[in-house]
Ligand binder design. Structure first.
Ligand code: DC
Length: 212
């Protein structure tokens, strides 16, 4: 039987990763960041020196040559562990461009859906409740004010143009960031991490903890 999927979407630095990890831990589910898959491919584009600005035709020819794998919370591209590169500023700059290309999205989506064949998941991203798992009954959309989100990234010591990525992620033609139909919307601006986790868990009373 396929696993249960809890979808947590929202803009950059809305608290998705920390909240998703906390919810996954509470339920014994596997945490998956779909953004890590997109960041891995953005890193691969830089690694393989694809011509810039990215052209969909070049990317379409490159994608079938790739092998992408999640193993023990680390992501491998063609056998190379990309995990340590995912927060690099050049990856953050490339990732929204990469994520706008349909062949990249198809590759990531098929990997994400395969994971759900055998695991109970808390998966965070931009289109998890709207496109990847539209039929899951468990959908959340986290948001926070732009000022608070910029502060959170700065506190993490990361260089990241949150507002520019949001603009690109929300305006692209394929799977833009939207509030998925049926999602519970949570404004995290004035909530602590534990408070947000509690709000999410209180909406998941009927979810069974993982069987594994
Ligand atoms: O969650 P994150 O900041 O690590 O995501 C990095 C980028 O990946 C984000 O700017 C847009 C893209 N992304 C996406 O398009 N769809 C997803 N489901 C997750 C991330």
């Amino acid at each position: 039987m396929p696993g249960t999927v809890i979808a947590i979407d929202g803009p950059a630095a809305s608290g998705k990763s920390s909240v998703s990890k906390g919810v996954a831990e509470a339920l014994g589910y596997t945490f998956v960041s779909s953004g890590h898959f997109y960041r891995t491919l953005a890193w691969g584009i830089l690694r393989d020196a694809l011509p810039l600005p990215l052209q969909a035709t070049e990317v379409d020819a490159w994608v079938p040559t790739l092998s992408l794998e999640l193993k023990d919370s680390r992501i491998f591209l063609d056998g190379q562990d990309a995990t340590g590169h995912l927060s690099a500023p050049e990856v953050a700059t490339m990732v929204s461009q990469a994520a706008a290309i349909p062949s990249i999205r198809n590759l990531v989506n098929s990997n994400l859906r395969t994971l759900a064949n055998s695991l109970d998941l808390v998966m965070e991203g931009r289109d998890i409740g709207s496109v990847v798992f539209p039929d899951t009954p468990y959908k959340f959309y986290l948001d926070a004010s732009p000022e608070e989100r910029a502060r959170r990234r700065a506190r993490e010591g990361l260089v990241d143009s949150v507002s520019e990525r949001d603009r690109l992620d929300s305006s692209r033609a394929t799977a833009p960031l939207i509030i998925p139909q049926g999602a519970d919307v949570i404004d995290t601006t004035h909530l602590t991490l534990n408070e947000v986790i509690e709000v999410v868990l209180s909406h998941l009373q009927d979810v069974t903890p993982s069987r594994s």
